[in-house]
Design a protein around this ligand. Structure first.
Ligand code: XMP
Length: 494
């Protein structure tokens, strides 16, 4: 419930507070943060990493998905292939049955195994007759077989474990029944790293790896598709021709959805959404950004069921200057509330549409402190969003692209963070996001800043989640539904 003094007012997160007036009778860890990023993508953690070139490539997307959130791979790469290869790394990262393992042939060299490791981060490769999946399995090469090998030109047939010595499983007993447990038992009993799955003609059809199985156990919150692969979205620009190519290539590696990413929503996005749903009905579509109920209504009217989620936020981000430069945008908390209220009213007509509050979750006020502000996330959720999208909060982590460096003036380790509309990012290619690609004069809508280095996300993200849960628990809310129904949202004194 919004306090009457806030009605018809513009207010950022920092100007509001949530008043605890329920008596909590449960522990922090009983809080359930399950939510929806889109109509079909459920998350156990309401966190989404932003498609920015200093935030989300494969490492960040893997981190987010393992902890129950999701990552959106940015599109600011020199080529479409590079973006898709990052998405592919996420899809291959963890799987019950790896259905498209990278195979090599007996004449490939030791150096080829190292190339696979560089590109995908693993060492094992099944060796098949012609080096492709579905030809006969001849052997397998794992890290053990090559780690002391100095001769990079040695053919793999000299180092592989040959098929006579291999333990394999048959597809009819495992894959056909989607029985990962049966495969797991064989792995454990024989102390294997990798178990090839073959058909009755000894042709390779899939692979199961021990490390994947262990990762499955360690991350109970992980966001996965029906093949037990991590979910990932990619960003596409608001240009139909470019987006078409990204979507097609993205589908080939199994992406789960797209975020049509623009500072402010653009009419061509509606065409892209309709095109995607017609050609690739399983791909989910998120549009954005918007910042008013009025805009939300218009979009739902035009897209109908071609859109699965909307992103809210024009100019609240830490590296944004759209509001200052162009006089365009809005205080984020009021934008989220306005959109959520309108979405609720329109549920009967268009169904439920999940909203993602994008930007403005601040940590920069107190960069030296290790305490971030999970409370801002709770506020965003209480105002009616289902998830929050984070840029600056994640950009200081090891898993964000770019190297950490020592800032002599500030005397601390930092990482660079830049708006996708900053001159630095635009030089690469993101100018399409700001709709100015076809013009010569570029107007910056973002800046580059330094963010305190925050170490490993595998420490940071669980602490952030615990912080959000603690903020729920203090107010007596067990889940996001309760928070949105009963939160007492009041203004703070100025
Ligand atoms: P935070 O506050 O989490 O915000 O760092 C991340 C969001 O900021 C948006 N973004 C921009 N907005 N100019 C803008 O006005 C830019 O150059 C820019 N780059 C990113 C984006 O929505 C992101 O998720």
């Amino acid at each position: 419930m919004l306090h009457p003094d806030l009605k018809n007012k513009e207010f950022p997160y920092k100007d509001i507070t949530l008043v605890p007036n329920r008596l909590p009778d449960f522990e922090r860890d009983e809080v359930d943060l399950t939510t929806d990023f889109t109509k079909k993508t459920k998350l156990k953690t309401p966190l989404v990493s932003s498609p920015m070139d200093t935030v989300t490539e494969s490492e960040m997307a893997i981190l987010m998905a393992l902890f129950g959130g999701i990552g959106v791979i940015h599109y600011n790469f020199p080529s479409i292939e590079e973006q898709i290869s990052e998405a592919e790394k996420v899809k291959r990262f963890e799987a019950g049955f790896v259905k498209k393992p990278i195979c090599l042939s007996p004449s490939n060299k030791v150096e080829d195994i190292y190339k696979i490791n560089e590109r995908y981060g693993f060492f094992s490769a099944p060796i098949t007759e012609d080096g492709t999946l579905k030809s006969k399995l001849l052997g397998i090469v794992t890290h053990r077989d090559v780690r002391y090998q100095k001769n990079m030109k040695l053919p793999l047939k000299k180092v592989m474990t040959p098929k006579e010595k291999l333990i394999v499983a048959y597809r009819k007993n495992t894959l056909d029944k989607n029985d990962i447990e049966a495969a797991n038992k064989i792995i454990q009993k024989n102390n294997l790293d990798t178990l090839p799955i073959v058909d009755e003609n000894f042709k390779l059809v899939a692979l199961v790896t021990d490390s994947d199985l262990r990762k499955n156990e360690a991350y109970p919150l992980a966001t996965k598709d029906k093949n037990k692969q991590l979910k990932v979205f990619i960003a596409v620009e608001s240009r139909l021709d470019l987006a078409k190519e990204r979507i097609k290539k993205g589908c080939e590696v199994g992406i789960d959805g797209i975020v049509i990413d623009a500072g402010i929503v653009y009419r061509e996005q509606i065409e892209i959404a309709k095109y995607t749903k017609k050609k690739f009905p399983d791909i989910e579509v998120v549009l954005g950004n918007i910042d008013s109920g009025q805009m939300l209504k218009e979009i739902l009217k035009e897209t109908r069921d071609s859109v699965d989620g909307l992103k809210i936020g024009v100019g609240p981000g830490a590296a944004c200057i759209t509001q200052q430069e162009l006089g365009t945008g809005r205080a984020q908390a009021s934008a989220v509330y306005d959109c959520a209220q309108t979405a609720k009213k329109l549920t009967g007509k268009y169904g439920k549409i999940p909203l993602c509050a994008d930007g403005g979750i601040k940590i920069l006020n107190n960069p030296d402190s290790d305490i971030n502000k999970p409370g801002d996330i709770t506020k965003a959720l209480s105002l009616g969003s289902q998830t929050v999208m984070l840029g600056s909060l994640l950009a200081g982590l090891d898993e964000a692209p770019g190297e950490k460096e020592y800032d002599y003036k500030e005397e601390k380790m930092v990482k660079k963070y830049r708006g996708m509309g900053s001159p630095e990012a635009m030089r690469t290619r993101s100018s399409v996001r700001y709709g100015i690609d076809k013009t010569k004069i570029k107007i910056a809508e973002g800046k580059e800043i330094k963010i305190p280095y925050r170490g490993s996300g595998y420490d940071f993200v669980p602490r952030l989640i615990a912080g959000i849960k603690q903020s729920f628990q203090k107010q007596g809310f067990r889940n996001i539904g309760e928070l949105q129904k009963y939160a007492d949202i009041r203004p703070l004194p100025e």
